[in-house]
Design a protein around this ligand. Sequence first.
Ligand SMILES: [Zn+2]
Length: 375
Amino acid sequence: MPEICARCVMDGSDPSVTMDENGICNCCRRYDEQKALRGYRAGESERELEALVAQIKADGKGKEFDCIIGISGGVDSAYLAYTAGKLGLRMLAVHVDTGWNSEVAVRNIERLCDRLHLQLHTIVMDWPTMKELQRAYLFSGLANLDVPQDHLLVAAVYRFAREYGVRYVLNGTNIATEGASSPFSRQISCMDYWHLRSVYRRWGRGKSLRKYPHLSLIQARWKFAAIAQVNLLNYIPYSKKQAIQTLSSEFGWEYYGGKHFESRFTKWFQSAYLLAKFGYDKRRYHLSCLINNGEITREEAMKELDGPPYDPQQMKEDEAYILKKLEISPEAWAKVMSEPPVPNEAYFSQDGIVRLAEKLLGARRSTAIRNRKSK
Ligand SMILES: [Zn+2]
């Protein structure tokens, strides 16, 4: 029986979790650190938000939009749009349809954009390309099967930001309900196209990725970084429970039952695949953040973990549906699942060259400083 954190519900099923002498895990410690550093602080955060919004509006003068927002149909991005709308920010909403949207997600997006009068750009990804990429990821043995979808979203947001000359991207990532990302999910960045291409070269069926919008190394690491990512939910006392209540009462928004369950693929991969192949129940981290945010008790979380992530019959149906859609036979899938997990390092990535570039740039910068000082 693995040791469970005395405060949240993280345990050794995430290999990077460590406990201190009081039985408190490193996720809880990081949660506290991040909350103190970047989380909501009554009074102070309101003042910071006011100044930030004024700056975004000033920079948006003469432009069609102040900022861009990625909309998934999930709770965080919906509440982010709602909050930004109340602050009077003019948003361009971007949604990427990769072929796995749940009906609830589609209804949520329509209602939200309709009520907030948001201009929505939906990018419908070329399905044969998406299918090949996702199929390759299922064979890869990696933990994060959502990279093809996540990279695409970032690439789409970046393209719109450039096209409209917008300098701000609103992001639903938040300390309150997400902490500082799960240690387990501290994986290779979804921005790394080389890694994605390496997976595809190994496991793809050779079809061209020409129709897949992606970010080059320079765009991903430097140009996109130059566009301000605004984690707006960190400036308000964000609570998932309260957000769901507000969205439901104001927009008839519907909850879909779990973190990232707005996509049928993500729901299955996070709940069934990770648990079966890696022995990792992603609910542990999500629930732990909610405990730390004071939204549920540890006992309530433990009780929820006693049951399966979602209906096992539905899980089986989802798996059969996904494998069929991605043209993977049950035999081939059984083989994938019988093999050990594969670390990210098994594929080629941008990490080495980025470290080298940063070292060289750092060296150049310190030489410049030395030269300045000697003048
Ligand atoms: Zn903990």
